[in-house]
Ligand binder design. Structure first.
Ligand code: ADP
Length: 265
């Protein structure tokens, strides 16, 4: 009898804990949803004034050109910097909007047009040459180059994410190799891009999880800031193109990320 009572009490306690957990889980879900809605709302609000600023800047450039003042070196530099900054901000806002979409399980609207994967890689490598701290960035492009129906801005972001990780998670002066090649024929083949570093690598048991939202591997947490969203966002973009992204890595000796994109999507 006593045993039964004790068992009854234990079951009652467990049921109570389960209810508490269910309640906590619901609260957590609500908090996450509020955060996502907030992110989406703010980002959306930023988009319009940014577009307006861009339009004013275009008008300014036009006025300067028609009055012949656009050759003034000082003005030219300022205008160029402002255009670049606005462009960067617009890209960042778009990235946040995409992340908000990813959070809520919505698809991206891809702006597909003929794009050269080699050009995207070249652009990214050049951008990072300016900021890399002593890393040796190498680019290898095999001919013929893959040209596919892709969203250039989104793919640019994928490559930038992979390159920034390769730099962030490998020591100064380390080699980072980017390669681009075509697999199959120029109509129905696949564009393949790899980014390889010789850095800290990823522990085998965590390899699959690095593409999860907010996941940061145990050996990376101490290193300079990261959000754990870069690879999740890259995976979303690549998969919406009908492609795949994979990683091959060994802790302590480096990582290779491979993106495969069907030319026709
Ligand atoms: P983060 O903002 O943390 O870099 P990512 O989504 O880009 O987020 O990457 C997720 C995690 O995957 C990183 O925190 C790190 O643990 C691991 N990772 C990604 N790229 C590399 C790399 N090149 N070398 C080692 N670990 C990496």
């Amino acid at each position: 009898k006593e045993e039964e009572l004790a068992l009854g009490e234990e079951l009652g306690r467990r049921a109570g804990v389960a209810l508490d957990n269910a309640h906590l889980y619901q609260e957590l879900q609500d908090a996450i949803k509020t955060r996502n809605d907030f992110l989406a709302m703010i980002t959306h609000d930023l988009k319009t004034p940014l577009a307006t600023a861009g339009t004013y800047l275009q008008a300014l450039r036009l006025q300067l050109t028609t009055s012949g003042r656009d050759e003034d070196p000082g003005l030219k530099a300022i205008l160029g910097n402002m255009e670049r900054t606005i462009h960067q901000m617009a890209d960042q806002v778009q990235e946040l909007l995409d992340i908000a979409r990813l959070q809520s399980g919505q698809e991206l609207e891809l702006a597909r047009r003929p794009v050269s994967l080699a050009e995207i890689a070249l652009q990214a490598v050049e951008d990072f040459r300016k900021t890399a701290r002593g890393h040796q960035l190498r680019l290898r492009i095999d001919q013929p180059e893959p040209i596919g129906m892709w969203d250039a801005a989104r793919l640019q972001r994928v490559v930038a994410n992979l390159l920034s990780n390769a730099i962030k998670y490998s020591p100064e002066g380390g080699d980072v190799e980017v390669s681009v090649r075509l697999e199959g024929d120029a109509n129905s083949g696949v564009g393949v891009l790899t980014v390889r570093d010789h850095g800290i690598g990823i522990p085998a048991a965590e390899l699959r999880r690095v593409f999860d939202r907010f996941y940061r591997a145990s050996n990376a947490k101490g290193s300079s800031g990261g959000t754990g969203m870069g690879l999740a966002s890259a995976k979303q973009i690549v998969e919406q193109h009908g492609g795949t992204i994979e990683v091959d890595s060994k802790e302590g000796s480096g990582s290779t990320f491979t993106v495969r994109l069907p030319l026709q999507g």
